[in-house]
Structures are given as structure tokens and as C-alpha cells.
Design a protein. Structure first.
Length: 279
């Protein structure tokens, strides 16, 4: 097996003229730590047994069958090639953009560089409760001085500089237990300068008992929004932090059940509203 690996040669075909794919054009510009994987790829690509061929579209410039005839093995590893539509009235109207196109726009993906989104309204609505939804919200609400320190494109920065958006609503089909974004992403959002998040207390009614049994997503969400907890200290084990979050989450869920406001005590001119709607 080791001998086989030492003799193996790998050719990489990419639709874009430049490498790194989703890491380059999909990861948020203010997440440089995620893009560090580029360094690993670069080390691999420097090998004499690895070749990169850009600006080649499989299925157009070359077929899968042709590749199978030329190589011992063919691995297809690509992202979403098209937008996923919801099939609802109005999604094709002006001012409605898919996350794929919007993310590609601020990351400089060639096919989306001319998007020019209309940001003349004070309120923007994002459908989804995943990490990409929070990425979009964060980019829309981030101060320009933060974005200027990232690798966001100059054209996108110019449009965001003229943006009137001050309020972003995240809308999802289900409730707090089903959110798909991570605690890390939410903490980044609530730590954003001059912004504050809002949660509808009605979404948390009756969840006090559920928190005791299944606490991870809900308590992480509540704990992050309410406490804005810093990174773990050296003398705190992961289990201790988990217990703290569960206890805090249960307390906040009970408070929400009593119709108390579940908001973050931040002041500023921007806000993020996390809403749910049963479908």
C-alpha cells in the first residue's frame, strides 16, 4: 500500500481558473482561520506528482467517461452547481437573491461579481437558520472598519458602504431546538459591534422541560445570546462549561415561558431578529 501511494499521481481539474474552490469563494471573508486549509492544499500541490488544470468544466470541456478511460480512479468532489429554489411565489422577483449568489458576490466568484444587490431598504430578510444565513446577516451588519480588514472584494465593500440595511430578520420553519447554525457562529453575531439580537419569547414557551433532556442546541443558543460568554478559561473543563450552559439555558427557557424578553443587552443602531414560523 505504501509503495502504491508513493507512485500515485493526482491530476486536479477545476472549473475556475484559480484553485481552492469553496474555501476561496464560499467561506466568509471574516473567517481567515477556516481558510488556513489553503496552506495544506498548497503543500500537496507542490508535489511533482500533483498537477492542477484550471478553467476546465467537466461535462463540457471533458466528459466523465473520458476521464474514466484516462485514469485508474476518478473522484468527483464539487459543491452546489446551481441554486436550490423553494418553488414559492415571488422568489424570482427583483431584490430576492439566493444565498449561493449572494455569498459568491461578496467573495468575488466570477459568475456573481455583477450581482449588485439592492441594499437600499433598512430591513433585510434571510430565510434559513444555518451558518450561511448567519454569515449573510453578519456581512450585512458588520461595520466597514471590520470588513476592510478582510479579503472581501472591493466592489462588494463599495456597495456595502452605501447599504441602508440596519435590521436583519432570520426566518426559519422550525423552532430553537432545530436551528442548524453553530454556537460559534451565533456568538460572532452577537459580539458584532453596534448590533443586538432579538429572540421572540413565544418561540421558547414550554421548552423548560425539554432543555433538561435535550439541551445542546437550545441552551447553546440561549446561553450565547444571554450571557455572551467568553472563551473557556484554562481551569474550566468542557464538562463544567456544558453544565453551566445547561443550567443557564434552562433558566432562560423558564424565563421565556413567563413571557420575559430574551434579548441581549447590547446597544447600537443595528439589530438581528431570529424568528420562526410553523409551516
Amino acid at each position: 500500500m505504501n509503495l502504491h501511494h508513493r507512485l500515485a499521481q493526482v491530476d486536479i481539474y477545476e472549473k475556475l481558473p484559480v484553485p481552492f474552490g469553496l474555501v476561496r469563494f464560499g467561506v466568509a471573508p471574516d473567517h481567515p482561520e477556516v481558510k488556513n486549509v489553503i496552506n495544506t492544499f498548497t503543500q500537496t500541490a507542490r508535489s511533482d506528482r500533483c498537477s492542477y488544470y484550471g478553467n476546465v468544466t467537466v461535462g463540457k470541456d471533458i466528459t466523465v467517461k473520458e476521464l474514466q478511460k484516462a485514469y485508474h480512479a476518478v473522484i468527483l468532489s464539487y459543491g452546489a452547481e446551481d441554486n436550490r429554489t423553494l418553488g414559492i411565489p415571488g422568489e424570482d422577483l427583483a431584490g430576492v437573491y439566493t444565498a449561493r449568489a449572494f455569498v459568491g458576490w461578496y467573495n468575488g466568484l466570477p459568475e456573481n461579481r455583477d450581482l449588485k444587490p439592492d441594499l437600499s431598504s433598512e430591513t433585510a430578510v434571510v430565510l434559513g437558520h444555518g451558518n450561511v444565513a448567519l454569515d449573510v446577516a453578519r456581512i450585512l451588519l458588520s461595520p466597514l472598519e471590520i470588513l476592510r480588514k478582510t479579503d472581501i472584494t472591493e466592489d462588494s465593500l463599495a456597495i456595502l458602504a452605501r447599504s441602508k440595511v440596519k435590521r436583519v430578520c432570520l426566518v426559519g420553519r422550525r423552532g430553537p431546538l432545530q436551528v442548524a447554525f453553530t454556537i460559534k457562529e451565533l456568538r460572532e453575531m452577537i459580539n458584532l459591534p453596534n448590533a443586538r439580537p432579538f429572540l421572540d419569547p413565544a418561540d421558547f414557551k414550554g421548552l423548560g422541560d425539554v432543555v433538561k433532556v435535550s439541551a445542546q442546541k437550545l441552551t447553546g443558543l440561549l446561553h450565547a445570546v444571554r450571557m455572551n460568554r467568553s472563551a473557556p478559561r484554562g481551569n474550566e473543563s468542557q464538562q463544567q462549561l456544558s453544565n453551566l450552559e445547561m443550567a443557564e439555558g434552562q433558566r432562560l427557557a423558564e424565563a421565556a415561558a413567563d413571557s420575559r424578553s430574551v434579548t441581549c443587552p447590547f446597544l447600537g443602531g443595528c439589530s438581528l431578529h431570529i424568528l420562526t414560523a410553523e409551516c
